[in-house]
Design a protein around this ligand. Sequence first.
Ligand code: ADP
Ligand code: MG
Length: 568
Amino acid sequence: EAQKETLGFQTEVKQLLHLMIHSLYSNREIFLRELVSNASDAADKLRFEALHNGSLLESDPNLDIRISFDKDAKTVTIADNGIGMDREGVISHLGTIAKSGTADFLKNLTGDQKKDSQLIGQFGVGFYSAFIVADKVTVETRKADAATDEAVRWVSDGSGEFTVETIEKEKRGTSIILHLKPEAEEFADGWRLRNIIRKYSDHISLPILMLKEEAPAAEGEEEKQEDKTPEWETVNTAKALWTRSRSEISDEEYKEFYKHISHDFTDPMKWSHNRVEGKLEYNSLLFIPAKAPFDLYNRDMQKGLKLYVQRVYIMDQADEFLPMYLRFIKGVVDSNDLSLNVSREILQKDPAVESMKTALTKRVLDMLEKMAKKEPEQYAEFWTEFGQVLKEGPAEDYANREKVAKLLRFATTESDSATQDQNLEGYVSRMKEGQDKIYYITADTHNAAANSPHLEVFRKKGVEVLLLSDRVDEWLMSHMQEFDGKQFADIARGDLDLGTLDNEDDKKALEESAKEKEDLLKRIKDALGDSVEEVRVTHRLTDSPACLVVGQFDMGAQMRRIMEAAGQ
Ligand code: ADP
Ligand code: MG
């Protein structure tokens, strides 16, 4: 085991490395943010482990991150005394990408630098970003509970392989040594590094230390003593961002904090930062991302908030604090009421968690409502990214269904475009005299919905119809009974009741025509046999001769296809 082993990167890593180095060149200082972010995560993990095993911290209790550089050797080193990694961990974390859907993601990259850098940002570049500035990276790491001679050295030039060997390491944790590329030597500079740290990592709650630099001796002054040992000084604010008051946090700090916790590197769209006092005490900081993650519909998607208890990190992906249809929200919740020993099982049963979930859900919905009202253009962008997921809301969250319904956007016959930009309040305000229902039609595509023969009578009477063609729409509508006291009605289903929109003459004409055509109807029914239940005369159509209608209580066409696909 001790001897040196050479291993190959997983194919996806090679692809990612290649693309990253090219598309992130103009943004290369982010390597430091990513490595500091990892060091901070490693400290959080150690602190959490130490809750159960205090001896882990004993020898070296003050957690910090130390950044140093060597101008002559052209290196930058990022060292932490966090949880560290063992040999197995090194090989899997620094040789593969664990995210599911990675291969699909990589296929989506276009070769267009701007687009790709966006995508890669959402994907999260992480550790591998070291290779944007380094042509060789050395990682030396020792896991918190491992003996000093069971540390590991990992070395790679990022081209396809890496080596691992067992080494001795006195200090617990991880050091990452970047051997800078000739064109990145500028990073071996104290002033430059301090600037980058303050810009991207100020919010990190752990102290980030650098060696004090003596001001160059002024002329005439005597040379300083050579053997003075340099001192470490803290470069960042080093206080958990969410515990600070809103007024003293800049937008930039919020944005960088978001990038740290979300592993995203595009700015968030919106955030909401709150301190709650009273029966329950907690801080929350919730972000709406600007872009949907590539795995929004993947079961394994990282969802939920980062949970802290009294400032101590407890877990990632605490998905007990928000409903599934808000799974795109990123953020932190820091509770003063939960126990430090809290586990997922306890979270699931704790009534305090349930009331926090209710309150946090309301915060998000309020944030969206405000955006929809005050910044409709931004809300339109939000809808494009996350509207589909929000449509899961009425089914999952009965209590908030009216609130969610107000946030929904639809394509309708009013604008006659595929853009989902109409809301239900608008629809209701445009309802015709005597109209008591909200009409909709579902189809596989927008065009199929917009050109359905069922719409003919509505167009004639000038009655607006919602045109639904998303996969979730039938599911959504099966959970939407009414809005603002008006029932929803599927115009392709059962008897078409236009209520008082039909005048007596229309009704009479229909009855007469049905009588007249009794024979014809019977003949058609005989010819079609069991494939239809009934053949009726209708006034639904003005141009088309015939159309299919689903029974009032039958499954819709979309649902039927979903069930068929599932083998039902
Ligand atoms: P992410 O941070 O999104 O998980 P990264 O590529 O940044 O992805 O890091 C990959 C993994 O490598 C981390 O999840 C962690 O397990 C491990 N790792 C990276 N840096 C460190 C470190 N300084 N200490 C301990 N583990 C680390
Ligand atoms: Mg990371």
